[in-house]
Each structure stands twice: as structure tokens, then as C-alpha cells.
Design a protein around this ligand. Structure first.
Ligand code: NAG
Ligand code: NAG
Ligand code: NAG
Length: 199
């Protein structure tokens, strides 16, 4: 009886807190960025929310993605296939052309408080494939897109992220403070003779 009472109180507390989870949608062969941008711009998941790239889905982020200012938000990348199975997450646009229209980073956080960027602890899942090999082979270093700009965040966490062949520049944390960054993997190993320009 006592346990039941405690459980009931806990459940009420959880629903009262109004935590929301948004599962990012995906359409095969298409860029998933525009639909996600529309949802993000509604502000519905800018606070007290989880933005989930769910396991088992290969998302296409062909164009740069900017998150609005976030408060108490976790961005969780559980989704992508392991790079070894040949069916990779298309992290970046495929064109190997440096463009001055690249906003700098492919994924930009605009600021906020208590923001977590978290990958999967399962090594088979959650890889972000930057398709860097083609960029390295072409020795293309002009206006390369960078990876993740985790900017202007107070109290942030970057954990368990797994990057596969990033084009160059992985994480930047300009203007952020009190960050806890741990257990992230960056695999930038060239499978040709070309040099994996990376930092
Ligand atoms: C945001 O939430 C409002 C109110 O629940 C809803 O009407 C609207 O459709 C939502 N917008 C998006 C883009 O999800
Ligand atoms: C988010 O949650 C906190 C703590 O539960 C609450 O104080 C705050 O009002 C919530 N914010 C929004 C926008 O719902
Ligand atoms: C901070 O965000 C996490 C999710 O990443 C959430 O579980 C926690 O309740 C938030 N903290 C506060 C003080 O709202």
C-alpha cells in the first residue's frame, strides 16, 4: 500500500512537469532538415523537451540545421546505422564543393541553459557520418562545413557522440560555459592514401 501511494505521487509529479518528447520525422531519400526546422521554429520543443532521432532510422541532414535557444532540452541521437554496414547516416551534403554559403557548422546550437547533446552508448548505433573521405581525397579545404557548434550554452553536456569521417572541425563551444564533455568518439581514418584533414 505504501509503495503504491509513493508510485502514484511520482506519476503525478512526472505528468505535472510537462516533459515533452519530439521524435524527429524522416522521409526516405529526402532531406529531413526542412520538416525539423518547421517544428523547431514553432518553439514547442524549445524547453523541457527531448528531441529524439530515434533508433533504427537513417536520417538525412543534407542541409545545415540550427536549433533555437533551448532550455532544459536534450537532443538525443540514437538513430543511425553503424558505419560498417554500408548504409550510413548521411550527415552532410554530398557535394564536394566548398561553398561560402555554409553557415560554418552543419549543426548549430544558438544558446540556452541546461542543454544535452547525447549519442548512443551502443557502438552499433548513433553514428553521424560526415562523408569526409571524398573531401579528403579531393583535398578540398575551402569553405568546408564544420561539424557541431555548441554555442552560447550555459550548463551543457556533450556525451556519447560518435562521429564517422567528419569533413573537418568537429565540435566548437564558443560562448558556452560549464560544459561537461565526455565519452565521445571521432573516427577520422582515411581508407585511401589521402590525409584526413581534421582537427
Ligand atoms: C505547436 O503546438 C501547438 C499547440 O499544441 C500546435 O497547435 C501546433 O500544431 C504545434 N506546432 C508544431 C509545428 O508542431
Ligand atoms: C520547465 O520546467 C520547469 C521546472 O519544472 C518549470 O519551472 C518551467 O516553467 C517549465 N518551462 C516551460 C516553458 O514549460
Ligand atoms: C536539465 O535537462 C535534463 C535533460 O537533459 C532534465 O532531465 C533536467 O530535469 C533538467 N534540469 C532542470 C533543473 O530542469
Amino acid at each position: 500500500m505504501r509503495l503504491d501511494a509513493v508510485t502514484t505521487i511520482l506519476l503525478c509529479a512526472l505528468s505535472a512537469s510537462g516533459w515533452r518528447t519530439f521524435v524527429v520525422s524522416h522521409a526516405d531519400g529526402q532531406d529531413d532538415t526542412p520538416a525539423l526546422k518547421t517544428v523547431l521554429s514553432s518553439g514547442n520543443f524549445s524547453s523541457n523537451s527531448t528531441i529524439l532521432f530515434e533508433k533504427g532510422v537513417k536520417y538525412n541532414i543534407f542541409t545545415p540545421l540550427t536549433f533555437p535557444v533551448l532550455n532544459n532540452v536534450e537532443v538525443a541521437l540514437m538513430s543511425y546505422d553503424s558505419p560498417s554496414d554500408g548504409a550510413k547516416f548521411q550527415g552532410f551534403q554530398l557535394a564536394i564543393v566548398g561553398s561560402s554559403s555554409f553557415p560554418g557548422a552543419w549543426f548549430t546550437f544558438s544558446g540556452g541553459n541546461n542543454v544535452t547533446l547525447r549519442g548512443s552508448t551502443d557502438l552499433e548505433w548513433g553514428w553521424v557520418d560526415g562523408h569526409g573521405q571524398a573531401w579528403w581525397d579531393a583535398m578540398q579545404q575551402t569553405n568546408r562545413p564544420h561539424g557541431w557548434a555548441f554555442s552560447k550554452i550555459t550548463n551543457g553536456v556533450i556525451r556519447d557522440m560518435k562521429l564517422w569521417k567528419p569533413i573537418g572541425w568537429n565540435f566548437a563551444t564558443s560562448g558556452s560555459s560549464n560544459l561537461h564533455v565526455f565519452n565521445n568518439k571521432i573516427v577520422a581514418v582515411s581508407s585511401t592514401g589521402s590525409f584526413p584533414f581534421n582537427t
